[in-house]
Design a protein around this ligand. Sequence first.
Ligand code: SIN
Ligand code: FE2
Length: 204
Amino acid sequence: MSEVSTAGFRLLPGRLSPDAQAELVGEVLSRLDNAPAYKPITPGGKPMSVAMSNFGALGWFTDARGYRYQKRHPLTGEPWPDIPAMLLELWAELADRSVPPDACLVNLYGPDAKMGLHQDRDEADLRFPVLSVSLGDTAIFRIGGPNRADPTRSIRLTSGDVCLLAGPARLAHHGIDRVIPGSSRVIPGGGRINLTLRRAGPSG
Ligand code: SIN
Ligand code: FE2
């Protein structure tokens, strides 16, 4: 498959085979039994339409106190489940060979979920990329530049696609305009799962 690459944004269409996608969906869903997805509250007080959980030492979280990474699930009080080995291998191959990711945000999109344009900037060391894996229903992804007013373009992310926000694109604004319900059968019951691997804590 061909690769789209512009100034630090890399899209690897179909990087995960259908078998790998099915295996990863299983790994994710079994972990969510112990770390159930919840709809976090933005600092502005609104519940997000995307349900979230995390894997790894640190998990991204938001509530009235703001955005941050924390070591425990907000509802269970337990540490987050481990990051599936397949994702660690993908990070080593595409992002960084020597420093592993310590956070994997799990985003679950139902038919009406969307995510507004934002930057990922709560990580300690922005030299590491953000690596994103899409599973299930196709999403209409929007990506712009480092300034909110920069022009944006719209890209379809389908199941098995992997993309990287690296270098100049690390602080690019991005979001999900909508998902296309019923466009994939990879997830039992439908929907979309997006996994983003990050190095959230300091690398030293
Ligand atoms: C995110 O920016 O955290 C999610 C992006 C996506 O769902 O593809
Ligand atoms: Fe993001």
